[in-house]
Write a protein that binds this ligand. Structure first.
Ligand code: KIV
Length: 247
């Protein structure tokens, strides 16, 4: 398993960090077999695993169950768990919840926004933190790119510098202009992990269901499908049904 230091060294050596989401035992096993650097148990599980329309609809119970499954499937991979909506609404609560995620098998936690007092208390308690800036699905009013106006761009850069200074080891930059993804990656010492932030971030993350074409529907414009497991699955189940009909 890559340590935080080894992940940071990848940035220093100009090597890219690969991250993919996974939510359960089987797919975590698949990601580990493919030698992914880090697995994110993202709160996107609300959408892709449970069919909800918002990540706000899940809480700590779901994150703990799915983190446990991933840690069993990928015992040798660094696992990041998302702090779900409101689980980090104050420092004391965040610390309590982050500890529960570590107990379930996570090695670090990710949280949305520049919540300085929360990040501080987690780091003080030796819990490694990945930040998440740009489009923040837990609180966003729209899923538009973030950082197009000069106010948004200034805010994003300021937040990135702030959480970097606090000591996050890594930060996701979601759906931001490529120029900002590049600028922030040069300015901060944390490892920047882009999703829709251009090619120059220190690593990339994608949602497993988009990469593998698991849900059959549309994927976000910045995602990329590398396989079509939905079609393969439909075919396999149809073949099974046919085999029953023949008997
Ligand atoms: O929950 C998630 O899948 C995420 C990624 C989009 C970074 O936070």
């Amino acid at each position: 398993m890559l340590s935080i230091k080894e992940i940071q060294n990848k940035k220093k050596n100009g090597e890219k960090v690969s991250v993919i989401t996974a939510y359960d035992f089987a797919f975590a096993k698949m990601a580990e077999a493919a030698h992914i650097d880090q697995i994110l148990v993202g709160d996107s599980l609300a959408n892709v695993m449970l069919g909800y329309s918002s990540t706000r609809e899940i809480g700590m119970n779901e994150m703990i169950i799915f983190t446990r499954g991933v840690s069993k499937g990928a015992p040798n991979t660094h696992i990041i768990s998302d702090m779900p909506y409101l689980s980090d609404s104050n420092p004391t609560l965040a610390l309590e919840n982050a500890k529960l995620l570590l107990d379930a098998g996570a090695h670090s936690v990710k949280l949305e926004g520049a919540k300085e007092d929360v990040i501080e208390i987690l780091l003080k308690n030796n819990i490694p933190v990945m930040g998440h800036l740009g489009l923040l699905p837990q609180t966003a009013k729209s899923f538009k790119q973030f950082g197009k106006t000069s106010e948004e761009a200034d805010q994003l850069l300021k937040d990135a510098m702030t959480i970097d200074k606090l000591g996050v080891y890594s930060m996701v930059l979601e759906h931001v202009p490529e120029t900002l993804g590049t600028l922030i990656s040069h300015r901060v010492s944390a490892v920047t992990i882009g999703i829709g932030a251009g090619e120059s971030t220190d690593g990339q993350v994608l949602v497993l269901h988009d990469v593998l074409g698991l849900n059959g529907g549309k994927i976000p414009p910045f995602a990329k499908k590398f396989a079509n497991i939905f079609e393969i699955g439909v075919q396999g189940i149809s073949d099974y049904i046919q085999s029953i009909a023949k008997k």
